[in-house]
Design a protein around this ligand. Structure first.
Ligand code: MN
Ligand code: MN
Length: 476
């Protein structure tokens, strides 16, 4: 047996005073290992089903209803009692769910707020055109993307057409085995001499993100634009739509590939849409987990899945709308003044991702303030850009409260600045909650290659975040 090395006074003091992080995989036992895999597996299914905000809301509703949550609007006139489980579907694109606590809601709620929209390519209002016997679909990108990343990958078509008579036609092409997929072409290197000299932001321009949708003419000698006609004819046969119907549609092109384990050790998940479904899913699962407990939670607990975060949370399904206030008003069920009081006493984790430190691009990170994959959930005190512009910047007291919850429950957390000062920036829905007077802190999973078609997270961070969310809902 090796002789136990004696620690020096300085070593002991360093252990006490320094902030140090373990790799969470080092601490794992067999039971946890199983739970990590189970959560990862349910999450991958959620990702494959939910590639748009609408599909995520459908999947969330299904899970909630299976667990006894009822549409709050069907309960009109009924008094909410402790333990009741309710949700509101907001235009099919955002959702808020809650479990009524033992204490009245006016005493404050514990909230998890994530978003279910992700960067993608939306079709324009009049997208279809023909050029040199190709049918192409014109897009407008949604959210912050590196445009060149969206060419030469298989894309799937998701979305809805709304008809004047109120009928909704759902589209999902490119996901089932045997489905056709779509793609955006790029220039061969042999002819890309000029393109390769351009800045990355200009190498592929937004207006050139046009989707290859067909190349076969309609069989008719006299007709014009026969390739376009053929595509419209196929769409009309299958869905009954005509060209003008694109103007009342929401069609999103997203990567056609499925979520997969990454690495020989299968420690990571690669997929489209981790931002922010890797926080939305554990947040929703945390709420459902509480709903299965015998006793109602002390405080009312809420899970908010918002839309439009990637474009600044504007619009009537975004976090800047009054949807969250309206829902909470139904929970409080009292005067406007009491609703405001409820907000001022509420606590929220803005459940959103942060950039994981990437050794390949170490130069843009401040290593001692970055989050690392495999090292637990990230607490991000502030986001914004430049001089903390647009950041809600959580106060020290609330940071301490959240850290305390994590420490008591042995949930490893880490610091998370987005990158070096002046290297860029970003935001979350935290500031819109802060506007209501809610105490709010960003808390989520570190992500590699954020906003790309294939983002990567660690399974252990997903699990740690899930546990952290449960602890917060119970104890904040
Ligand atoms: Mn996000
Ligand atoms: Mn984002």
């Amino acid at each position: 047996m090796a002789k136990e090395s004696k620690k020096s006074a300085g070593q002991k003091l360093a252990e006490k005073l320094f902030f140090s992080l373990k790799n969470c995989w080092d601490e794992i036992d067999a039971k946890t290992e199983k739970e990590v895999e189970e959560l990862a597996s349910s999450y991958k299914q959620f990702l494959d089903r939910g590639k748009t905000e609408r599909e995520c809301v459908i999947a969330a509703r299904e899970l909630l209803e299976k667990n006894g949550f009822a549409d709050i609007q069907t309960l009109e006139g009924k008094k909410l009692k402790a333990g009741m489980k309710v949700y509101q579907n907001i235009r099919g694109k955002s959702l808020i769910a809650a479990i009524v606590g033992k204490k009245p809601a006016v005493e404050g709620c514990n909230i998890l707020g994530a978003h279910v929209d992700s960067p993608r390519l939306d079709l324009k209002q009049n997208p279809l055109y023909e050029d040199c016997d190709f049918a192409l679909l014109d897009t407008h990108y949604y959210g912050g993307i590196k445009k060149y990343q969206w060419t030469v990958i298989p894309l799937a078509m998701h979305g809805v057409f709304a008809a004047e008579d109120g009928k909704i036609t759902t589209i999902n092409i490119g996901e089932e085995p045997g489905d056709p997929v779509f793609t955006i072409t790029d220039l061969l290197p042999h002819l890309a001499k000029e393109q390769m000299q351009k800045k990355a932001a200009e190498a592929v321009e937004g207006e050139d993100l046009d989707i290859l949708a067909g190349s076969r003419p309609f069989a008719d000698k006299e007709a014009k634009e026969k390739v376009k006609l053929n595509i419209l004819s196929l769409l009309h046969k299958k869905y009954g739509i005509t060209e003008k119907d694109f103007a009342c549609a929401e069609i999103e092109f997203v990567p056609a590939f499925k979520a997969s384990d990454v690495g020989l050790d299968r420690s990571m998940i690669g997929a489209y849409g981790h931002d922010d479904r890797c926080c939305a899913w554990p947040a929703l699962k945390a709420l459902v987990s509480l709903s299965r407990e015998k006793d109602a939670p002390e405080k009312t607990v809420i899970c908010y899945l918002s839309d439009k975060e990637e474009t600044g949370s504007a619009g009537n399904t975004g976090a800047r709308s009054s949807n969250f206030e309206n829902f909470t008003a139904m929970l409080v069920g009292a005067s406007e003044a009491e609703l405001r009081l409820c907000f001022s006493r509420s606590a929220m984790l803005s459940a959103d991702v942060n950039a994981a430190f990437d050794p390949t691009y170490a130069g843009v990170f401040d290593k001692k303030n970055s989050s690392f994959m495999g090292k637990g959930l990230v607490l991000t005190k502030y986001t914004g850009s430049g001089g903390k512009y647009g950041a809600s910047d959580a106060n020290a007291e609330f940071c301490a409260r959240v850290q305390g919850i994590m420490s008591r429950n042995k949930i490893q957390w880490q610091f998370g600045a987005l990158g070096k000062v002046d290297k860029g920036g970003g935001g979350t829905i935290a500031l819109y909650a802060a506007n209501l007077g809610i105490d709010v802190l960003d808390c989520g999973v570190p992500v590699l290659s954020m906003h790309s078609p294939f983002e990567v997270i660690s399974k252990i961070d997903l699990y740690t975040t899930y546990r952290g969310y449960i602890a917060f809902l119970k104890e904040a």
